[in-house]
Design a protein around this ligand. Structure first.
Ligand SMILES: *[C@@H]1O[C@H](CO)[C@@H](O)[C@H](O)[C@H]1NC(C)=O
Ligand SMILES: *[C@@H]1O[C@H](CO)[C@@H](O)[C@H](O)[C@H]1NC(C)=O
Ligand SMILES: *[C@@H]1O[C@H](CO)[C@@H](O)[C@H](O)[C@H]1NC(C)=O
Ligand SMILES: *[C@@H]1O[C@H](CO)[C@@H](O)[C@H](O)[C@H]1NC(C)=O
Ligand SMILES: *[C@@H]1O[C@H](CO)[C@@H](O)[C@H](O)[C@H]1NC(C)=O
Ligand SMILES: *[C@@H]1O[C@H](CO)[C@@H](O)[C@H](O)[C@H]1NC(C)=O
Length: 322
């Protein structure tokens, strides 16, 4: 339970005037989006001008299902008391001091986290002690959905991936535009991030109909909120292009090497012939047909490219050595 509470309750009994001193909350429940700021307010009576030295304000948080409370902010005799603040709140919790003279103890928490949710106790000691509870709920919509399309060439299937973070745990559905049943295997998994969010990844593996668009729907049951991302058939086209792109990426270095190798060889031979005084033209002719052989499949030309690049490298370092 709230540890400081019992201690101060004893103190309360000593105050005769305590019955007159009451803390009030204008709002009992706050619901905020993860990452935003929140200000929660408790009111206490101030007669005339505030005597800060007599004021103690304690804000504590207790999460559902946890027995220990965390100290969020403490003002003791008018001074901030940071040593006892829980590390979860360092740099994020503040008491709006300018509001105190109006009898408002306003706690501000910036960039609210899922773990900030829970029950907040505000205890105020100002010639009398009283406290109230405030509930903070934190929600996180599955706002940004990352999509990815991959191709499984061996099975002629596509792999659609949707990934997003939010809270509470969402269910994921896959749809196309006409009928809602998609045949294919869906695998939805999740991890929990350090901030307490659910990182949900859903993978659909199937053979798509290229004339239809597909979408994944993240359904946040508790917030009754739905977000979705559409995978247009254009994305399918682009993966087919990306297959060609990688081919282009491979062809360009090949062309460069085809262009560089003969000139490197020419330089090499010129140096050699300069040293030996005897050009070796048949060797050059032996290498060139290999380079022009374009009837090989990708696998072979790739190994060839590796082979050629090593050859080029060793030859170049060789010529440096000379
Ligand atoms: C939250 O408060 C911080 C500090 O006062 C401020 O810099 C930031 O812009 C606020 N964020 C939002 C979303 O209001
Ligand atoms: C407020 O303060 C004045 C004088 O400072 C005093 O006469 C009065 O009784 C106080 N009222 C309360 C409710 O404490
Ligand atoms: C779903 O994916 C997870 C992680 O990628 C994997 O461990 C699990 O075996 C998969 N389940 C099925 C039914 O494919
Ligand atoms: C969420 O999961 C995906 C894939 O499992 C990973 O790439 C990503 O980094 C994760 N994001 C966070 C914030 O943990
Ligand atoms: C693909 O979609 C088109 C247009 O909606 C439809 O006519 C066709 O039958 C579909 N093909 C398959 C295999 O579902
Ligand atoms: C799929 O989406 C793309 C772009 O979002 C759109 O141009 C296209 O018409 C859609 N296709 C169908 C069959 O609705």
């Amino acid at each position: 339970m709230f540890q400081i509470l019992s201690m101060l309750l004893l103190e309360t009994q000593l105050y005769v005037v305590s019955a007159l001193f009451t803390v009030e909350v204008p709002q009992q429940l706050y619901v905020v989006e993860c990452g935003s700021n929140v200000t929660m307010e408790c009111r206490f009576p101030v007669n005339g001008s505030l005597n800060l030295q007599l004021l103690t304000v304690i804000w504590e948080q207790k999460r559902q299902g946890q027995s220990k409370s965390k100290e969020v902010y403490t003002l003791r005799n008018g001074k901030a008391f940071p040593p006892s603040q829980h590390r979860n709140y360092t740099g994020r919790a503040a008491l709006l001091h300018s509001e105190l003279k109006q009898g408002r103890a306003i706690l501000q928490i910036t960039s609210v986290k899922i773990t900030d949710a829970g029950s907040y106790l505000c205890l105020i000691d100002y010639q009398g002690v009283d406290y109230k509870y405030i509930t903070l709920e934190v929600k996180a919509s599955y706002k940004r959905i990352n999509t990815q399309v991959m191709r499984k060439p061996a099975e002629d299937k596509f792999v659609f991936t949707c990934q997003s973070e939010g809270f509470p745990l969402a269910e994921v559905f896959w749809q196309n535009e006409k009928n809602f049943n998609l045949s294919g295997s869906v695998n939805t998994t999740y991890t929990v991030t350090t901030d307490g969010l659910y990182n949900v990844t859903s993978i659909l593996t199937f053979k798509p109909n290229v004339s239809e668009n597909y979408s994944c729907v993240f359904w946040n049951k508790e917030l009754n909120e739905e977000t979705s991302a559409r995978i247009s058939t254009l994305a399918l086209m682009s993966t087919q292009y990306s297959g060609q792109k990688s081919l282009i990426l491979f062809v360009i270095p090949m062309c460069v090497m085809v262009a560089v190798l003969p000139s490197a060889l020419i330089i090499f031979h010129k140096r050699k012939s300069f040293k030996n005084g005897q050009p070796k033209k048949d060797r050059k002719r032996k290498l060139n047909p290999n380079l022009k052989d374009e009837n090989r499949d990708d696998f072979n030309s790739q190994t060839e490219a590796l082979y050629l690049s090593t050859v080029t490298a060793s030859r170049e370092s060789g010529s440096v050595g000379l």
